[in-house]
Design a protein around this ligand. Structure first.
Ligand code: 6PG
Length: 472
């Protein structure tokens, strides 16, 4: 039996993606370094497993696929992708398509796309979001590569993708690295979102002294309104869970050390390269780094004292909680505006012509940052076209104006209480900086010109100027 598509690498994501395809009626060839996994995938999954064709060798895998072959690589990002491509390419026929569905660095995807252009094969860099469950039941899928190749893939990708009100959350977004770049920025926004939620959790815990159960109820309540999103929903679930051993809330026994695999950091790096201030993403990446240095933090706490106990001018009444909710919502708008500004700048620089409204559309379901709010972003782009920054879209102007005071008050009160707010404060500072028509880098320019003759522009005359400053 010839397979419609092959999945190479049957780890959690690969296996779930293969089962998703199999369930939608596609025959899926499976290949894994340890072939037993491929057989188990067929044998342990009832009727769905019957659409899986396990293979014992890469040769058999390739021979099992209909041509042109569609081969999804679900292997760890990095050199393994190159190694697997090298291993399989001698076996392929002209027109076959290799699809890297891992969390690749888009720079690698651009490089691989260039290299493949000299061969008779095609290469697609495809971002897949939604974790294990998304892969199994409907992820959000961000595709980059040759547009005509996408038409061969969409017949499989559309049925397996998440649906938002019936519309598949998958799209071709642009050539070469576009799909992986968009996935990277998705993850950067995910980092900012998660960090801002953690900061508000810090206020609920350390500013208000609430229990995990009480906080769970608050997040569940917030999930019914403007903040409604997968990440807020899971936060309520995380906080409600008890540790079976100690009976304590599970979050209270989890070490405060965040891991990271790279996509958040890449987002911050790419934003820096493009000269776009993605300060909430940067703050979130740094906060994870600082969190992982737990021993160092303990040593610093011993030197300076750690702000302990319930503190700050926070109140657990209706108004106090409303203020926190509004602050989070406002900071979230700013964080997303930053993420989309990075997408917009990259699109311009690389000539990708990224469809920003479409990107928000395919993030509305299936992916980790899915939320009601993304629908608002899609509508903002549909209504006003590609704005330089979402903060210019009329819908968001109103919302930011309404929430600005809450964000300002929460950040200020947290600062006075010594509760860290790296991402929320970054959102506020960015906002204040971005809406300040007359900034302060006129002084920076003066300094640069004094010590390095770097020149400056004037507000009142065209041209480039250098001033003979007094010798210092
Ligand atoms: C997704 C997730 C997924 C994964 C990240 C997490 O969209 O499904 O973003 O890609 O959870 O890799 O990254 P960190 O391990 O760096 O937090």
């Amino acid at each position: 039996r010839l397979a419609d598509i092959g999945v190479l690498g049957l780890g959690t994501m690969g296996a779930n993606l293969a089962l998703n395809m199999a369930e939608k009626g596609f025959v899926v060839a499976g290949s894994n370094r340890t072939a037993e996994k491929a057989y188990a995938l067929r044998d342990d999954n009832g009727a769905v497993g019957q659409n899986i064709v396990p293979t014992d060798s890469i040769e058999q895998f390739v021979a099992t696929l209909k041509t042109p072959r569609l081969i999804v690589f679900m292997v760890p990002a990095g050199p393994i992708v190159d190694e697997e491509m090298q291993r399989i390419m001698p076996l392929l026929s002209p027109g076959d398509i290799m699809i890297d569905a891992g969390n690749a660095d888009f720079n690698d995807t651009v490089r691989r796309s260039k290299a493949i252009a000299d061969t008779p094969f095609h290469f697609v860099g495809m971002g897949v979001s939604g974790g294990e469950l998304g892969a199994r039941h409907g992820p959000s899928i961000m595709v980059g590569g040759e547009e005509q190749v996408y038409s061969l893939l969409s017949k499989i990708l559309e049925p397996i993708s998440a649906k938002y009100q019936g519309t598949p959350c998958v799209a071709w977004l642009g050539p070469d690295g576009a799909g992986h770049f968009v996935k990277t920025i998705h993850n950067g926004i995910e980092y900012a979102d998660m960090q801002m939620i953690a900061e508000i959790y810090g206020i609920l815990r350390d500013g208000l002294g609430l229990s995990a159960g009480e906080m769970s109820d608050i997040f569940a309540d917030w999930n019914s309104r403007g903040l409604s999103s997968y990440l807020i929903e899971i936060t309520a679930v995380n906080l409600a869970e008890k540790d079976p051993d100690s009976g304590k809330p599970l979050v209270d026994v989890i070490a405060d050390e965040a891991g990271q695999k790279g996509t958040g950091r890449w987002s911050a790096i790419e934003a820096q390269k493009l000269g776009v201030g993605a300060t909430t993403i940067e703050a979130a990446v740094s906060a994870r780094g600082i969190s992982s240095r737990r021993k160092e933090r303990a040593a610093t706490a011993a030197l300076y004292g750690s702000v302990a106990g319930v503190r700050g001018d926070f109140h657990p009444d209706k108004d106090g909680l409303k203020e926190l909710e509004q602050a989070l919502e406002t900071a979230k708008i700013i964080a997303y505006a930053q993420g989309f500004a990075v997408l917009s700048a990259a699109s311009e620089e690389r000539g990708w012509n990224l469809p920003l409204g479409e990107i928000a559309r395919i993030w509305r379901a299936g992916c980790i940052i899915r939320s009601q709010f993304l629908d608002d972003i899609t509508r903002a782009y549909e209504a006003s076209g590609p704005a330089a920054n979402l903060l210019h879209a009329p819908q968001f102007v109103e919302r930011v104006k309404a929430g600005e005071t809450a964000l300002r008050r929460v950040v200020a009160k947290a600062a006075l209480a010594g509760i860290p707010m790296p991402a929320l404060a970054a959102a506020l500072s960015y906002f204040d900086d971005y809406r300040r028509a007359r900034g302060t880098t006129n002084l920076t320019q003066a300094q640069r010109d004094l010590f390095g003759a770097h020149t400056f522009h004037r507000l009142d005359q065209e041209g480039v100027f250098h001033h003979q400053w007094p010798a210092v």
